[in-house]
Design a protein around this ligand. Structure first.
Ligand code: GAP
Length: 514
């Protein structure tokens, strides 16, 4: 099935099964704003918990906070967001559609990469075991020509971004003959900068209202609380502060479902280190974060690092962790070495010292910061995409199943009486009342057992427990496993242990080898 079709199916599956709804749908929705439904919110909470526990339980020197969405407006002046949190936008005069100029070029480069990779794959099939990929890439005329074209555009692009040269960015689009996907023309406007922050007013106008912003990242709430946490928690460097919460960006082009939203949630951690030691910590966190993703078991090949071409003015290193979504490899998380920029700026603008006295060195300094910043909604999308499967069964029927990591699944088990009589529903109710303190359970007695299994597959429930007439005499039930559809008989007294072993967050956390 084409990847575009898979993505469309995932979006409608999310809606049909109560994971994600368009916001204000009865009023035809609101661009790039979404609501999470009854299963979506559970999955989202579980992802958040997996992140939170991995940060604050597995690291004795990482603590959490929850700062406000509104912050003093000078925060955003100091952080550079008022002056420089911009995206370059360009319009196509024929379709009247607006695009991010940098994304047009990135998509163009990704298409060339795809073409080269296809050539390599074809050749690998043709030559079999004797295939030498490096030799092919360095000698095949067509591949070399495409690579040279790609490299030339890429070099100009990286320079244009670094120099914030908007004219050159437009010229690259013209020279590469990039067309509007809607109109198919190259009738482009100039490239302009567009600030992504949402602003509103605080206080009544009579008193003189203050212009405030909806935070575009959660990180600044951590920076301005650095001293509060360091002092009250008696934290010693290196240490980290973690936070999850909403962020808001007036994205120019909001496409691809919950991948790029105007209201979204971030999970960020700022790790404060000694100046000079930042690269060591940057590399450690890079590895630790990839391990966190890979522990979910969606397939290691689905992730890759992508080092930034353009470093933000405050950063001395930056990498993305990308996941292979149905629409290609895309950023899910950023790991940034932010130097002492943010603390330095807040010191400058607030006039308050943002320094740490290091008792081992006997000196004060402004700490350097390694940041790990992941979008909760993007993580949600990567997990749903990696788990969605359509299967044809041995009996010719088909099923749609979400093979979610069991620890993250919204519902852990369904309890299903085989029939709606003979005391089976009562027995099933007893089991639910026994297990619901530890696991989110769902009771279902409607329709055939096959239909009930399908409903649970569609929301990713890892275990179905079936109660039949034998259960009443032998106190044993059938456990049906979502992924293999195998069934196993087990005593009711063992259910808690069997399920806990498979769905526990603890076992998932243990897989991360810090
Ligand atoms: N404090 C650093 C920071 O905010 P970023 O790369 O702009 O860095 C971090 O954002 C993460 O937040 C991204 O990797 C992505 O997962 C998520 N994110 C950013 N913009 C988003 C959007 N419009 N919709 C959904 N997630 C977004």
């Amino acid at each position: 099935m084409a990847q575009d079709d898979v993505f469309k199916k995932i979006i409608s599956h999310c809606k049909e099964y109560g994971f994600v709804f368009p916001s204000s749908e009865v009023y035809d929705g609101l661009g790039a704003v979404y609501d999470y439904g009854q299963y979506g919110v559970e999955l989202k909470n579980n992802i958040r918990k997996y992140w939170w526990d991995s940060m604050t339980l597995l690291n004795d020197n990482v603590v959490g906070i929850d700062s406000a969405i509104f912050m003093h407006p000078t925060v955003w002046k100091a952080s550079g967001h008022v002056d420089a949190f911009n995206d370059p936008l360009i319009d196509n005069k024929d379709s009247k559609k607006r695009y991010r100029a940098d994304v047009l070029v990135e998509d163009y480069l990704a298409k060339i990469d795809e073409k080269i990779n296809k050539e390599v794959e074809k050749a690998a099939k043709r030559f079999g075991a004797a295939f030498d990929e490096a030799q092919f890439r360095s000698t095949n005329a067509r591949t070399l020509e495409q690579q040279a074209r790609r490299d030339a555009v890429h070099t100009r692009f990286a320079k244009a971004l670094n120099d914030a040269d908007l004219e050159e960015l437009r010229q690259i689009i013209l020279d590469a003959e990039i067309v509007c996907p809607i109109s198919g023309t190259r009738n482009w406007t100039e490239v302009r900068q567009f600030n992504l922050m949402f602003a509103t007013e605080m206080g009544s106008t009579a008193d003189g209202a203050m212009r405030v912003y909806l935070r575009p990242e959660t990180a600044q709430g951590i920076f301005v609380n650095f001293l509060n946490v360091q002092k009250t928690g008696r934290m010693k460097i290196p240490f980290g502060i973690a936070q999850t919460g909403k962020a808001f960006r007036n994205e120019i082009v909001a496409r691809q479902f919950i991948f790029r939203m105007r209201e979204f949630e971030q999970m960020e951690m700022q790790y404060f280190v000694r100046p000079g030691e930042e690269m060591e910590w940057f590399n450690k966190w890079k590895a630790a974060r990839l391990a966190w993703h890979q522990a979910l078991g969606l397939g290691d090949a689905k992730y890759r690092y992508h080092d930034h071409d353009k470093l933000a003015h405050y950063a001395n290193a930056a990498t993305d962790i990308e996941y292979e979504m149905p629409f290609g490899f895309k950023e899910v998380e950023g790991i940034h070495s932010r130097t002492d920029f943010d603390l330095g700026q807040h010191e400058k603008y607030s006039g308050k010292k943002m320094q740490y006295f290091d008792p081992e060195l006997g000196e004060s300094y402004t700490p350097y910061v390694i940041e790990t910043s992941i979008g909760l909604d993007r993580m949600f999308l990567s997990i749903i995409s990696g788990s969605y499967a359509e299967e044809t069964l041995a009996n010719g029927e088909s099923r749609v199943v979400l093979k979610l990591p069991p620890a993250l699944a919204p519902v852990k088990l369904a309890v299903l009486p085989l029939v709606k009589k003979d005391g089976l529903p009562e027995k099933a109710g007893e089991i639910v009342r026994m297990l619901r303190f530890d696991f989110r359970c769902q009771y279902d007695e409607k329709d055939s057992i096959g239909k009930r299994y399908r409903r649970q597959d569609a929301i990713g429930t890892p275990y179905c427990i079936t109660i039949d007439h034998d259960t009443l005499s032998d106190d044993r039930v059938t456990i049906r496993f979502r992924d293999t559809m195998e069934q196993e008989r087990a005593p009711i007294s063992m259910l808690n242990d069997i399920i806990a072993e498979k769905v526990s967050m603890k076992n998932l956390l243990k897989k991360i080898n810090y």
